[in-house]
Design a protein around this ligand. Structure first.
Ligand code: PMP
Length: 309
């Protein structure tokens, strides 16, 4: 889906025109993948557009930066305020996707990133659900990737580092070329980790299971945590447990979670239907509850919303 340009992008404290938000070709992060980023969504609610779990995302951005020893020259509050101002300035009242990026700019080359200037940008644009409306409604087909998720001792999988996403891109291309919608990656030691930009849940004996994020190399997803809370509040047991590929085949239901993708049923894994091959009742219930939550329709979760106006 091509990008839909908006008016302004926030760059190092200023709103610049979309077309002028450019960088030098010798930007350090372009060469070595030394940046960190976030993906956030804002949704229309009965009280106007609101950003979902904004502070949690910005805090994770700072946590990622810490791992990479990048000192962000702003506070969490300043980036929260900048994000809200950006959505307002661009008039994105129907909701949007928001992409904060911390990168190392032009200045020095070579593998020591420390001397490079730290730059921050935040862009926002309207973006439909990442895996498509059809996927949200009827589920996506998945394939275990031949690419393994990074070993957490090779790169810090708990951080959202830009360069680390070559792994996800390789797996995504392989899945799409093979005729599948999404890839599922196994960890270096062969357990289920996550999808290319989403966490994974299965339903087994009526309760929810999702892989440990630390040892599976999966990112600790904010959507995963939100769905965990919502599921517990609805009375489901949720466990973080090691999972192997045959657990996916045996699952009654499976779904994936992510800010961009939202909550999407998994229809099949390696050409085997998950359950009946149709979105299961627990998946549908949680998906519905998630959409109501982000749209400000459930009072209990209203603290997760930052209103723009
Ligand atoms: N895993 C990976 C590799 C991701 O890039 C993402 C998206 N940030 C997720 C999981 C889901 O995380 P979240 O729910 O916080 O968007």
């Amino acid at each position: 889906m091509p990008l839909t340009p908006t008016d302004k992008i926030w760059m190092d404290g200023d709103f610049v025109d979309w077309a002028d938000a450019t960088v030098h070709v010798l930007t350090h992060t372009m060469h070595y993948g030394t940046g960190v980023f976030e993906g956030i969504r804002a949704y229309p609610t009965p009280n106007g557009v609101a950003v979902f779990r904004l502070r949690d995302h910005i805090k994770r951005l700072f946590a990622s930066a810490k791992v990479f020893m990048i000192d962000i020259p702003y506070t969490v509050d300043e980036l929260v305020d900048a994000t809200i101002a950006l959505v307002r300035v661009n008039g994105l009242d129907d909701g949007c996707y928001i992409r904060p990026l911390v990168y190392l700019g032009y200045g020095e080359m070579g593998l020591n990133p420390i001397p490079c200037p730290v730059k921050v940008s935040i862009a926002a644009w309207p973006w439909g659900t990442y895996l498509g409306d059809e996927g949200v409604a009827n589920g996506v087909s998945t394939k275990i990737s031949s690419w393994r998720r990074h070993d957490p001792n090779a790169v810090p999988t708990a951080a959202k580092g830009t360069g680390m996403y070559v792994n996800s891109s390789l797996a995504k291309m392989e899945a799409l070329r093979g005729g599948y919608d999404e890839a599922i990656l196994l960890s270096a030691d062969g357990n289920v980790s996550e999808c290319t930009g989403e966490n994974i849940f299965i339903v087994l004996n009526g309760h929810l299971v999702t892989p440990h994020t630390s040892d599976s190399g999966a990112l600790a997803g904010i959507t995963q945590r939100s769905v965990e809370t919502i599921a517990r509040d609805l009375g489901y047991e949720v466990v973080y447990e090691q999972m192997i590929r045959t657990d996916l085949y045996a699952a009654e239901e499976a779904f994936l979670t992510g800010t961009a993708a939202e909550v999407v049923p998994i229809r099949s894994v390696d050409d085997r239907d998950v359950g009946t091959g149709k979105p299961g009742p627990i998946t549908k219930q949680l998906q519905q509850a998630y959409f109501s939550t982000v749209r400000g329709e459930i009072d209990r979760y209203k603290d997760w919303l930052d209103y723009v106006r």
